[in-house]
Design a protein. Structure first.
Length: 443
């Protein structure tokens, strides 16, 4: 795969009922972590169900650059021969993380306490995203950081030769900050502690435990406290990647708002730090049926059946934001087709994602006949049961903005065009094919 520089416009048109099985890809967050921890283990890690998107491929290439052996054995099946904690070597080339904020921030953490030097870059979107929230705590371990304007890519990190363990309270609810600190703590002596006011997605903690690290989580008067014992010998293990609930949200949303639709999504993650959207949808009156709950690869999964039906607006509390931070764009579309207002609180973090997602969604909805209000930390969508459509939406190189408005176009009065569908490949390379297989009119 390569990072395309030519925009790829795409249009979604009013479609008939969507039917069938939606085989959504593997979870992006788990895929990144499986490659990184496999590279930090001693021996061979086998991964099945890996998301083969551009973001994840970039992380695989980065692990090779740091000295691990990474091999694709078949669709979704990969093998990583790790070099052990502290075993990374200095890469010979710049680490290009493309569009992936998760990839670049986690990899920075993984190398920051090893005495090597690496330079990180990315595409135009990633180069606008703040990195100080990661490089700041990494500097407290003893790493030396140089960044454009002190904050942006390209970033060069000289890893700490004598790292210090860290006790760190995250300034915002961010699994990326937490995970970067924990990965850096792997090669620091003693205990590294991360304190969160609100719990964020816990894939890193689950996977660290699966690879043999000593890690514990407790709720205290300080908040959600995660303690990691440094310098373990991580053991390789088999990782079965569950299907991504954030990717599943797009066909789920389409089925909810396209009349007559009924689809099934098998094996989707039900991790309680990731399922906020599905609680919101239930509160909106969505027809969702969960079956066959089970554990795969240390993560709870289940099969979901979704049917079209009437929806009503709700208020999303700020404390739920961390468990659905990537799903607010598609929730905004669903809210436009509901009756009444949906108020989304605690969403300021959306302004520093691949784009300013609050602004991008608000402008796109307005252009297509929607009514919205926004503040720094909230977005309100006044649902009227539909959108007029007819406009071209600026996606700002953001895959979730592109997919959200393509879903909206499937049921709007007039077609909706996105200016660039190319970035969808960063997280959901088969999105268009999957949606077409269900009956969506995309082209």
């Amino acid at each position: 795969m390569s990072h395309s520089t030519q925009p790829q416009p795409m249009t979604a048109r009013r479609s008939g009922p969507l039917k069938g099985n939606a085989l959504v890809p593997g979870d992006k967050s788990v895929s990144h972590r499986a490659l990184i921890l496999g590279a930090l283990a001693v021996g061979e890690t086998r991964i099945t169900g890996l998301l083969e998107s551009q973001d994840v491929i970039d992380t695989a290439r980065a692990m090779e650059a740091f000295g691990a052996s990474v091999e694709r054995l078949g669709p979704g099946e990969w093998r990583v021969q790790g070099v052990g904690v502290g075993g990374f070597s200095s890469p010979e080339t710049v680490i290009d993380c493309g569009n992936s904020g998760t990839g670049v921030r986690l990899i920075m953490g993984a190398m920051a306490t090893t005495p090597i030097t690496a330079t990180f870059t990315g595409d135009a979107s990633l180069s606008r995203r703040p990195m100080r929230r990661i490089t700041g705590p990494l500097g407290l371990f003893g790493a030396q950081v140089t960044a454009r304007e002190g904050e942006f890519l390209p970033v060069t990190i000289q890893g700490a030769a004598d790292p210090l363990p860290l006790r760190y309270r995250t300034p915002v609810a961010s699994a990326q900050i937490k995970s970067a600190v924990l990965l850096a703590g792997l090669n620091a002596p003693g205990e590294t502690v991360v304190i969160e006011a609100e719990p964020t997605r816990d894939h890193t903690e689950r996977m660290l435990a699966g690879f043999g690290a000593t890690i514990r989580t407790e709720v205290t008067d300080e908040g959600h406290v995660i303690t990691l014992t440094g310098r373990p010998e991580l053991r390789p293990c088999a990782v079965a990647v569950p299907r991504d609930p954030s990717s599943a949200a797009f066909p789920v949303a389409a089925a909810l708002i396209v009349p007559g639709s009924e689809i099934r999504v098998e094996g989707v993650s039900r991790n309680p730090t990731r399922d906020g959207l599905y609680h919101v949808l239930a509160e909106m009156g969505a027809d969702l049926t969960w079956e066959n709950d089970r554990i795969e690869g240390g993560e709870p999964v289940a099969d979901l059946t979704v049917r079209h039906g009437p929806l009503h607006g709700v208020t999303v509390p700020a404390e739920r934001a961390a468990s659905m931070i990537d799903e607010f764009p598609i929730l905004s579309v669903i809210a436009a087709f509901a009756e009444g207002s949906t108020v989304m609180n605690g969403v300021a973090e959306l302004r520093v994602k691949e784009s300013d997602r609050i602004d991008a969604m608000a402008r796109g909805l307005e252009a297509n006949g929607g009514r919205v209000e926004e503040t720094r930390d909230s977005l309100t969508v006044h649902g009227t049961g539909g959108l007029k459509g007819g406009a071209t939406v600026a996606t700002h190189l953001d895959h979730r903005i592109a997919m959200s408005f393509l879903v909206a176009g499937l049921v709007s009065e007039r077609p909706i065009t996105v200016d660039d569908a190319g970035p969808i490949a960063t997280s959901f390379p088969d999105f268009v094919a999957l949606m077409r297989s269900l009956g969506a009119e995309l082209g």
